[in-house]
Write a protein that binds this ligand. Structure first.
Ligand SMILES: [Zn+2]
Length: 68
């Protein structure tokens, strides 16, 4: 069975640097839990910000909702 990966894309509101990561469902749960917002730290300016999961990863947010 192949593992499914979700693309989580965010952009830093301070410097505009974007970050994209590919995480499996397990990794997303481990990292962010089942919360509506993901907490990110910008790798460029270290600014901490929150992004809505439905913006960062619409696919995950959609499946999350379907699973409930
Ligand atoms: Zn930044």
């Amino acid at each position: 069975m192949t593992r499914k990966y979700y693309q989580v894309a965010t952009a830093c509101p301070q410097c505009g640097c974007s970050a994209v990561s590919h995480l499996s469902a397990e990794e997303i749960r481990e990292k962010y839990g089942d919360v509506p917002n993901v907490e990110m730290e910008c790798s460029e300016c270290m600014f901490k910000y929150q992004e809505k999961m439905e913006n960062a990863c619409p696919e995950w947010a959609g499946e999350c909702r379907l699973g409930q």
